[in-house]
Design a protein around this ligand. Structure first.
Ligand code: SAH
Length: 397
């Protein structure tokens, strides 16, 4: 049993916790030095010792812990984890019943009531993401809940915190029967190869499911599509399945080429009809301009931060420039799919980037559609930072 540490909340932060904000930031408390071992239960109080919430101590880039309950008589025990996870599963019954989609997020951190923990479901396999040493101390309880559900293939995990050489012995496998990777999952009838034993990125980002569907069903037919920062080419696959004439995928990572070929192949698409380039996107823009290449559709889904040999890039600073480069190689009436997962700004600012870029390029535009996180990526209304995904379908006029 973890011991409970009492934390005193500074005056300006009291209201936040009363309203139900789940993140505990360093600035919010007066006695940070009381925190010793991650995973300890923390009780938050105001200066008159009124109870504000109970959670756990765990350091992430986002803060030093999460509030898990505002009820003083609620214990953080096995039954707590069970209630939260079962509730999350109940909300996702539609996904379990959808035979065309076999992968989804089963538990989404604070959106489902436990910050620092996510669980993805990949066709009978669970993948748990632990975001701090603190949440990792609850491993036994979480595994037990999943185990009790029965009928699964295996549980894998990713420790997304600094393990400093700890746990060197394991390979992300936790329990069940080891999978043979890749496993092939389905998403709205498209197939994707997924690896749960090969680093943090498994081959597909589940939060873009609805965007891939829109590209396939509404935008791709007969089009030449450029997919930048393409990773395993998931958007290219969707476009090809939607009848795109051709796709061009560009990613700097050497392994992206083999990974993209694999994704085309598991969908029975001849990858040789498509262009897959291992190249810096910024160099590709120059190349395209020199050769006067124009595309009917360009997908822009950069990482929030990227550092290559030549340059560093941050979406919060450089997105307008990225859009300007994109506009110059997009056909009139073509569509730019502009996406960002940067949690530090919202849709309003993102639309501001779009406005700025088109203005600078002296080009008209129309926003056709916007997408946010899909329903399985539950968001806590009191924590909008968790609502990180912003995608705009923009027509170039
Ligand atoms: N759009 C992808 C996910 C992108 S992940 C999808 O939906 O699956 C970000 C990718 O950007 C990584 O594969 C990384 O290798 C690539 N990347 C980062 N900086 C880059 C750059 N300057 N040029 C090309 N690719 C880059």
């Amino acid at each position: 049993m973890q011991k409970t540490i009492e934390l005193k909340v500074k005056e300006p932060f009291i209201q936040d916790f009363q309203k139900g904000v789940p993140l505990v930031s360093r600035e919010a408390i007066t006695n940070e030095s009381a925190l010793k071992e991650e995973g300890a239960i923390i009780d938050l109080f105001d200066s008159s010792h009124n109870f504000l919430g109970r959670g756990y101590y765990g350091r992430q880039n986002k803060g030093i812990g999460w509030v898990l309950t505002n009820k003083q008589d609620e214990a953080i025990d096995f039954s707590f984890f069970q209630r939260k996870i079962l509730k999350a599963i109940n909300k996702r019954q539609g996904f379990y019943q959808d035979e065309e989609t076999t992968a989804f997020r089963l538990f989404n951190g604070e959106g489902d009531g436990i910050g620092g923990l996510t669980i993805d479901y990949f066709d009978g396999y669970y993948q748990i993401n632990w975001y701090s040493d603190g949440i990792y101390t609850f491993k036994e309880q979480v595994i037990q809940v999943l185990d009790n559900l029965g009928d699964y293939k295996a549980i894998y995990e990713k420790k997304r915190f600094d393990t400093k050489g700890k746990y060197m012995e394991d390979d992300d496998f936790v329990k069940g029967e080891r999978g043979e990777f890749p496993i092939i999952i389905k998403e709205n009838g498209m197939r994707y190869a997924v690896y749960l034993n090969d680093g943090a990125m498994v081959g597909i980002f589940l939060d873009q499911r609805e965007v891939r569907k829109a590209i396939r069903d509404k935008y791709a037919k007969g089009k030449h599509v450029l997919n930048t920062f393409s990773y395993t080419g998931a958007f290219s696959i969707a476009a090809a399945l939607g009848g795109a004439d051709k796709t061009t995928s560009v990613d700097l990572a050497k392994r992206s080429k083999a990974k993209t070929i694999e994704q085309f192949s598991v969908n029975d698409i001849d990858f040789e009809q498509h262009d897959i380039r291992v190249m810096d996107v910024f160099d590709y823009f120059q190349y395209a301009q020199r050769h006067q290449l124009k595309f009917d559709m360009v997908v822009l889904d950069p990482p929030s931060f990227a550092r290559s040999k030549k340059r560093t890039f941050s979406t919060s600073k450089d997105y307008p420039k990225l859009l300007m480069d994109t506009i110059s190689i997009t056909e009139k009436n073509g569509v730019i799919v502009a996406s960002t997962n940067n949690a530090s700004f919202g849709m309003k600012k993102f639309k501001g980037f779009v406005e700025k870029a088109f203005k600078q390029m002296n080009t008209g535009y129309k926003i056709l559609e916007e997408y946010h996180l899909p329903a399985d990526f539950q968001v806590d209304r009191k924590f909008q930072q968790g609502n990180y995904l912003k995608v705009l379908f923009i027509q170039v006029k």
